[in-house]
Ligand binder design. Structure first.
Ligand code: G4P
Ligand code: NA
Ligand code: NA
Length: 194
């Protein structure tokens, strides 16, 4: 997605050899005009999938997910990273390990908001090691809902996440695909490679 790639080149900051800081338009300050275009693009890419619900994880997935839900005219549910185990029988839960932070988070969704009639589009801001997506798929399975697709704003193709999802034969669309950071500069996967 051209406007997203341009924005990454303009405002993204490469930290070390594998992290892209985008807190000026996605992870802290949010650009709603860009989010609206992202929502429309996911709609264009998944409009034949009969989506009934958009699913993400708090917090950074929420902004793109909301605009995606708006484009489809369906509800958006975000998994909460909870610490307490109270009322556990009313929740679907999964454990997400973060390679970046070397910690595990429990994520949870109320059973009231996901069921076997749902065709779910998972949306997230980053695809790195794929653990967040894996946790959401686990929850979709527990609910006997259907996974209709995965929409990622920024994918880092040099990390393990994409391989993990591709193995499952899932419809995945990433709006920006980064193949490397070289000398502090972002290098995108080009069209011939995609
Ligand atoms: P994974 O879900 O793909 O396995 O990701 P990983 O454990 O590597 O990443 C942990 C957190 O860091 C996730 O956010 C993920 O979205 C974010 N992340 C991964 N790579 C990058 C990157 O290059 N830049 C930025 N800005 N974030 C990255 P989270 O812990 O769920 O936090 P939240 O921000 O959504 O609350
Ligand atoms: Na994040
Ligand atoms: Na995220």
């Amino acid at each position: 997605m051209k406007i997203l790639e341009d924005r990454i080149l303009r405002d993204g900051q490469v930290l070390g050899h594998d992290v892209l800081k985008v807190d000026n338009f996605l992870n802290h300050q949010v650009d709603p005009m860009l989010m609206e275009e992202i929502g429309k693009e996911f709609h264009r890419l998944f409009k034949n999938e009969k989506i009934t619900k958009v699913l993400t994880v708090e917090s950074s997935g929420i902004a793109p997910a909301i605009f995606t839900g708006l484009a489809f005219g369906v509800p958006v549910v975000f998994a909460r990273k909870h610490k307490s185990v109270t009322l556990k029988d009313e929740l679907y839960t999964s454990v997400v390990y973060s390679y970046t932070k070397k910690t595990s988070n429990h994520i949870a969704i109320s059973k009231r908001f996901l069921n076997e009639d749902d065709r779910v589009l998972v949306v997230d801001d980053f695809l790195a090691n794929g653990q967040a997506v894996k946790g959401l798929i686990d929850i979709i399975d527990q609910a006997n809902a259907s996974l209709a697709g995965i929409g990622i704003v920024i994918e880092k193709t040099f990390q393990k996440g994409r391989q993990l999802i591709d193995k499952e034969g899932i419809h995945v669309e990433s709006l920006a695909r980064i193949k490397a950071f070289e000398d502090g500069k972002v290098v995108f996967v080009n069209d011939e490679e995609a």
